[in-house]
Design a protein around this ligand. Structure first.
Ligand code: 5GP
Ligand code: ZN
Length: 113
């Protein structure tokens, strides 16, 4: 069992405002949102970053991508949204459990970088 912040959120040991959960995936609102809609989608299995993904994760990551679109639409992002995956030092990743940021809920997001 991993002593990792997002593993602990997935297990319900640390509270988070979850908007979706199934046997393989959890989505919860970011504690420090940078857009009116800002949630994170994670695989329950501990994968530190996108750099650590292997062939064994292909199915869950494919499912995760499909879930993102459904959740974004449910959150009112009917005219688009932004997904971000920060990876490693260069990507300024802070939490080393792979997560996809989903951002939206505004007319147009600011440009990236
Ligand atoms: P990263 O830079 O690793 O892609 O972003 C990590 C994200 O996790 C940040 O946007 C941060 O606000 C969010 N975060 C960090 N700790 C917690 C927490 O305990 N609960 C929730 N819901 N989000 C968190
Ligand atoms: Zn983890």
């Amino acid at each position: 069992m991993q002593d990792c912040l997002f593993c602990r959120i997935a297990r319900g040991e640390i509270p988070a405002k979850k908007l979706y959960e199934d046997d393989e995936i959890v989505a919860f609102y970011d504690i420090n949102p940078i857009a009116p809609v800002h949630f994170l989608v994670i695989p329950k299995v501990h994968v530190a970053s996108m750099d650590e993904l292997g062939d064994e994760h292909a199915a869950v990551m494919g499912k995760l991508m499909v879930v993102i679109g459904k959740l974004a639409r449910e959150q009112g992002c009917t005219d688009g949204f932004r997904t971000i995956v920060n990876t490693g030092r260069v990507g300024r990743q802070e939490v080393y459990h792979l997560h996809v940021h989903v951002l939206g809920g505004t007319d147009v997001l600011p440009p990236m970088l």
